[in-house]
Write a protein that binds this ligand. Structure first.
Ligand SMILES: Cc1cc2nc3c(=O)[nH]c(=O)nc-3n(C[C@H](O)[C@H](O)[C@H](O)COP(=O)(O)O)c2cc1C
Length: 330
């Protein structure tokens, strides 16, 4: 159990926000498989305060999609404060600030991971948001540093977060310069954990229960934040939980179970996005579910050709024993 303000979580395994990935369809499938706390995709505070249609679409949720955190990204303290008030009013369970995004469009004006170099600006943003968040927990998700891999920048940021009354932080063990390359530095995450008293979630390269246990052992963190390991793999939550509880990990899903979960994800995606955009999104999502399995390259090539929901369903249904009946290898 872990408690952040009044938010009580049964498990210390949480799902990270991932733009373009952790949308409503992803979350509903993940929740059926044991995910508890999730985040939506990051939302720009500037878009939210203008009630931009795309921002509001990203924030779509339903009653069963709880507990859910809203992650805001931006660099202007007053806009971040205003966005935090709007987000709390929309009923989310937690508000998080993004201090990790590496994309130049975000870092250029001073948001995302650029805040790691500007502790005073970050403090002003924390204050503006904290003032406007009345009931729910407020947290920060950060990288280790902008370019400095030591963890010193994240330590400073976590300490400021603690001083400003944030409920917890999560730390991705890579710098902005590393983007997604190399290995997450769990030792440096451990330095951040030891520098503050608020709960710290460790993030980066946790793809199994064994990884989660090692990350917790090395860092001493209070919880684990899963990222890419959950893409096309909603079974990860129960298998991580089992290992952390000292139980044997559940058996791997069969191909039929993978197909079923993918088709459920696809159906939700098409319902939410409409047939055109939904099918486009599903091309990418199919790759997640079958990545690394025999026949995955053939499957990817075929899925990339599909244009309608019916074609998509037919293609996946015909993929049996990791093969297509009409493929040259069969
Ligand atoms: C496609 C993609 C989108 C992401 N979007 C966000 C985001 O919106 N907000 C955020 O804080 N982190 C974002 N991240 C970072 C992840 O949440 C996570 O910190 C990172 O992938 C490291 O964890 P992992 O090694 O377990 O994947 C994103 C990562 C990826 C790959």
């Amino acid at each position: 159990m872990i408690q952040l303000k009044d938010l009580k979580l049964k498990t210390n395994i949480i799902q990270s926000p991932m733009a373009g990935c952790t949308d409503l369809a992803f979350r509903l499938v993940a929740r059926e498989h044991g995910m508890e706390m999730a985040f939506m995709e990051m939302v720009s505070c500037e878009s939210l305060i203008r009630h931009n249609r795309k921002a509001l679409e990203l924030m779509k949720t339903v009653e069963s999609d709880r507990p859910l955190g809203c992650q805001l990204v931006g660099c202007r303290a007053d806009a971040m404060g205003e966005a935090a008030a709007i987000a709390e009013g929309m009923g989310y369970d937690l508000i998080d600030i993004n201090i990790g995004c590496p994309v130049p469009k975000i870092t250029g004006p001073g948001g995302g991971s650029a805040l790691l170099k500007e502790p005073d600006a970050a403090r002003a943003i924390f204050k503006a948001m904290q003032k406007n968040i009345k009931r729910i927990p407020f947290t920060a998700k950060m990288r280790l540093g902008f370019a400095d891999p030591s963890g010193d920048e994240a330590i400073r940021m976590a300490q400021i977060a603690e001083e400003e009354g944030l409920a917890a932080v999560s730390v991705h063990g890579r710098t902005r310069e590393q983007a997604y390359t190399g290995k997450a530095n769990w030792d440096a995450i451990g330095r951040v954990k030891r520098a503050v008293k608020i709960p710290v979630f460790g993030n980066g390269d946790v793809n199994s229960g064994e990884d989660a246990q090692r990350m917790l052992d090395i860092t001493g963190c209070d919880g684990v934040m899963l990222g890419r390991g959950a893409l096309g793999n909603p079974w990860i939550y129960r298998s991580v939980q089992a290992v952390l509880d000292g139980r044997p990990a559940p058996v791997e899903p069969t191909l039929e179970e993978r197909k079923k979960a993918f088709l459920q994800h696809a159906e939700l995606e098409i319902k939410n996005e409409g047939p055109y955009l939904g099918v486009l999104k599903c091309r990418k999502i199919a790759c997640w579910y079958f990545k690394g399995f025999p026949g995955a390259a053939d499957l990817r090539a075929r899925v990339n050709q599909v244009e309608t929901p019916d074609q998509l369903i037919e293609t996946i249904s015909r993929f049996n024993n990791y093969n297509f009946p009409d493929s040259q290898e069969s």
